[in-house]
Write a protein that binds this ligand. Structure first.
Ligand code: FES
Length: 159
């Protein structure tokens, strides 16, 4: 996915197209936000305002939905989202060292996006694959039994 700078017209057009597709009804708020998020890469404040205006709901209602669901983001994210499992079962089998290496390689703190918009780093609770911990998920790809030395190679697969 390529993320280009987005201007106000593109945001308005994107929201209007999605709302037309779903219908301007509050019951469609989540699918609408999901589609806009997918198109724009995140939900800028102008998109939230436009959705609220078209659906005749409050901005705070739209914002609370946008910030509640993990699949939605109100901040711009990188081309690749790295999720690192920070739960105890992964931690005790080497996760701590993998996490240190990951942060060194990326020079990012959790929740941050790299200046070149290549990466967003985030931590998550158990991903349900503890048997192969430590675990890193990049976009749709799950990496298990990760060691610190594997981190640079894994990262090099993404541009
Ligand atoms: S604790 Fe990491 S996947 Fe379950």
């Amino acid at each position: 996915m390529t993320i280009e700078p987005i201007n106000g017209t593109q945001i308005a057009e994107s929201v209007q197209t999605v709302v037309q597709k779903h219908g301007a009804v509050s019951e469609e708020l989540i699918p609408i936000l999901n589609d806009v998020n997918r198109q724009l890469g995140y939900l800028p404040s102008q998109a939230i305002e436009e959705v609220a205006r078209l659906l005749h709901v409050s901005k705070s209602q739209v914002f609370s939905v946008a910030t509640f669901y993990q699949m939605l983001s109100t901040t711009e994210t990188g081309r690749h989202i790295i999720l690192f499992c920070e739960s105890a079962p992964c931690h005790v089998v080497g996760g701590r060292e993998v996490w240190r290496r990951l942060r060194e390689e990326l020079a990012l703190e959790p929740g941050q996006t790299s200046a070149d918009k290549r990466w967003t780093l985030a931590t998550v609770s158990c991903l349900g694959v503890c048997g192969v911990g430590p675990v890193i998920v990049i976009d749709e790809d799950i990496y298990g039994n990760v060691t610190p030395d594997m981190v640079p190679d894994i990262l090099s697969r993404y541009n």
